[in-house]
Design a protein around this ligand. Structure first.
Ligand code: BDR
Ligand code: CA
Length: 309
């Protein structure tokens, strides 16, 4: 399957990219970067570092939006560290950043490839995707689906009591995406907080005995601190890799087709994903909203794919 990953690496973004690169079913056409966990210059650096770690400097990386549509950028160094990719000691990238803007790459690629052949996996704030949809509305019906990490239902917020980080950073962009009519698959915190890197699972990464296995273990050891201290989590939640795993093996997940709207107005609940799980409104479903995961199956898949790099 042809894929574009839109990302703000972020250790869990990095592992999502590695999972895609280790999976022969996926043809990664490019990586587009966005400001989120850290500012754009760092997310663009980190994405290239990960391609080089995987031995894939041929993957084109395009920088996109350096700020959200309306609000000031909110970052998450408190989770991911100063660089966004704290933990492993990786060399600075030498592969180039592409000259083309990420939004134009997304538009051109969708126009050039056959209809419904390209999946988008946004795993950061949705700014680039919204800008592309707004600049070129003709691309919407050409997208096969958008499989994104964002939002929450029962698990509610990790950046405010009401909102998940990716949606909170750019709710107006999320609103554009959720009302675009493009088929959406959403992997919210309800799922990703079940995909926890326990010590045994991390030992399995390290036991791969490769540079990739070692770096992944060091990344999760760094950013698990936040979730352990804050929520008493059993390990680092692998938010973003859930999107790629869903594409590879949707049978590992379960959810419902429901309506999801984004709160953009209230200062108290800005960025909340208002998910009509029980179908109490007559709003039409716009999302396959995932709530559950076979975590052991997910980690078996991930470890197997990382072993190929
Ligand atoms: C999301 O926010 C970021 O910190 C992670 O990379 C993930 O995409 C989780 O809320
Ligand atoms: Ca991310």
């Amino acid at each position: 399957m042809k894929l574009i990953i839109d990302t703000d690496p972020g250790q869990d973004d990095a592992i999502a990219i590695l999972l895609a690169l280790g999976s022969p079913e996926i043809e990664l056409l490019g990586i587009t970067t966005v400001a989120g966990n850290v500012p754009l210059a760092l997310t663009s650096r980190n994405a290239r570092m990960i391609c080089e770690l995987a031995g894939r400097p041929d993957i084109p990386v395009f920088a996109g939006a350096d700020h959200p549509l309306v609000h000031t950028l909110v970052t998450a160094e408190h989770v991911h560290g100063k660089t966004g990719l704290d933990g492993p000691d990786l060399p600075e990238p030498t592969m180039p950043l592409q000259d083309q803007h990420a939004v134009d790459f997304i538009i051109e690629t969708l126009r050039a490839e056959p209809e419904h052949s390209i999946t988008l996996a946004p795993i950061g704030p949705l700014t680039n995707i919204a800008l592309a949809l707004r600049k070129a509305p003709d691309i919407a019906p050409r997208i096969k689906e958008i499989v994104l990490m964002g939002g929450a239902y029962f698990e509610v917020g990790n950046i405010t009591p009401a909102a998940e980080f990716n949606i909170y950073v750019d709710p107006e962009a999320a609103h554009i995406v959720f009302t675009s009519g493009v088929p959406l698959v959403v992997l919210p915190l309800d799922v990703t907080h079940k995909a926890l890197v326990t010590p045994e699972r991390n030992a399995a990464f390290r036991a791969l005995g490769t540079k990739v296995g070692q770096a992944v273990a060091q990344m999760t050891e760094f950013y698990e601190r936040y979730d352990k201290d804050k929520y008493g989590s059993a390990g680092a939640p692998l938010h973003d890799p859930c999107t790629i795993a869903w594409m590879l093996d949707p049978a590992l997940f379960s959810g419902r087709h429901i309506n999801v709207e984004i709160e953009c107005v209230s200062p108290l609940t800005r960025g909340m994903t208002v998910a009509d799980w029980w179908g109490v409104t007559d709003r039409a479903p716009n999302t396959l909203f995932i709530r559950d995961i076979d975590a052991d199956g997910f980690f078996a898949l991930l470890t197997d794919r990382l072993a190929r790099l």
